[in-house]
Design a protein. Structure first.
Length: 366
């Protein structure tokens, strides 16, 4: 498959990795973006869960909750410009869509688009949407929506609609105090972007893949390897004469310097990575390396699992799970976070680049 400049640009925006690294990743994976992101993560060149969500389109996320606070809907509608996203007509339209979804029962986007519009009963949702496109003068896209139903559901909108969150909890005695606690948790989700409520949600295959990524990214960062292993890697590289004269001289001069890697070329560092990767199976049986991997893996799980995250509003070092348990105890009720949904406007989409000077020049040439 031919890899285009646009493909490389898209992957670079998703991961923050270098241009040549992105090109290599796409080449190695035959243009598969998901596999390319994983390839870069294994090489230690990208942290997908932190970088893949970079904003790339305009629009807003909107939420609506039923009067009994048991059912809620979150929706994302995209526009071409931020100017339209801030327009009251557009915002009212998006809110109306969310309300219709929350009051109805639609299996998917196709079913919703084919339904009678709750805003204009003489048209379908799709027909009314086309009319709104014509009225506003920009292409608008109803991108996605989801619903949550439970004992208690709350919502939180951040940055004027750039990020929206729904949180569902199991609670046998809903109250203002519980609702406030759930709002705090929703703010945590907006800020810290966890992927799961707890590690119990992660299936065995996903856990295995995530751990393999931690292993490979550790091998791709020789400077952080345990000293005995790093020493062995250097010895093998030198014995095989994989360093050029300048790198070999730099190693001899700076081998006791904690900033040694600053004196080595990119080619030398790659040789170290290659040698380390070639001993992957051997290092996994090494207790020191295995301990390093387990530590990094545990830290990674704490970052992606909501209840394990440090609670950002805590005065002490409690995590979200401990915070929720404390609220439940203080209010004498059962209270547990069951599910959340987080939408970020433009997540994974490519923002249109506007070059007005070029556009004017093109029109004049015509």
């Amino acid at each position: 498959m031919a890899i285009t400049a646009a493909d490389v640009k898209k992957l670079r925006e998703m991961t923050g990795a270098g241009m040549m690294d992105c090109k290599k990743a796409l080449t190695e994976t035959d243009g598969n973006f998901d596999e390319a992101v994983e390839f870069l993560r294994k090489k230690g060149l990208a942290t997908a869960e932190k970088k893949a969500g970079r904003i790339a389109a305009e629009g807003i996320v909107s939420t609506v909750i039923s009067d009994d606070s048991k059912t809620a809907t979150i929706i994302e509608v995209n526009s071409e410009t931020d100017f339209v996203a801030k327009n009251e007509v557009f915002q009212t339209y998006v809110s109306g869509l969310a309300t219709q979804i929350n009051n109805g029962d639609y299996a998917d986007m196709a079913a919703f688009m084919a339904a009678t519009s709750g805003i204009d009963s003489s048209a379908t949702v799709e027909e009314h949407h086309k009319a709104m496109v014509a009225k506003i003068g920009e292409n608008l896209t109803i991108r996605r929506f989801e619903k949550l139903t439970g004992d208690l559901v709350v919502s939180y909108i951040h940055m004027g609609g750039k990020i929206g969150v729904l949180v569902e909890a199991e609670c046998d005695a809903p109250s203002d105090a519980i609702t406030e606690a759930m709002k705090n948790v929703a703010m945590q989700i907006a800020a810290m972007n966890p992927q799961y409520v707890s590690r119990n949600e992660i299936d065995a295959d996903t856990l295995a893949k995530e751990k393999e990524i931690v292993v490979d990214s550790s091998l791709a960062d020789p400077a952080s390897l345990p000293k005995p292993i790093l020493k062995a890697v250097f010895e093998e590289v030198l014995s095989k004469k994989l360093f050029n004269d300048d790198d070999a001289a730099a190693y001899e001069a700076e081998k006791n310097n904690k900033f040694l890697f600053n004196f080595l070329s990119d080619e030398a560092k790659q040789s170290l990575r290659d040698i380390a990767a070639s001993h992957k199976a051997e290092y996994l049986d090494n207790k020191i390396f295995a301990g390093l991997v387990e530590g990094r893996f545990a830290k990674h799980l704490k970052e992606i699992c909501l209840v394990d995250q440090a609670y950002v509003k805590a005065e002490d070092k409690e995590n979200v799970k401990q915070y929720v348990e404390k609220v439940a105890k203080d209010n004498g009720c059962k209270f547990e976070i069951k599910k959340f949904i987080r939408f970020e406007t433009g997540e994974g989409l490519e923002k249109k680049n506007e070059d007005f000077a070029a556009e004017v020049a093109a029109q004049m040439n015509q």
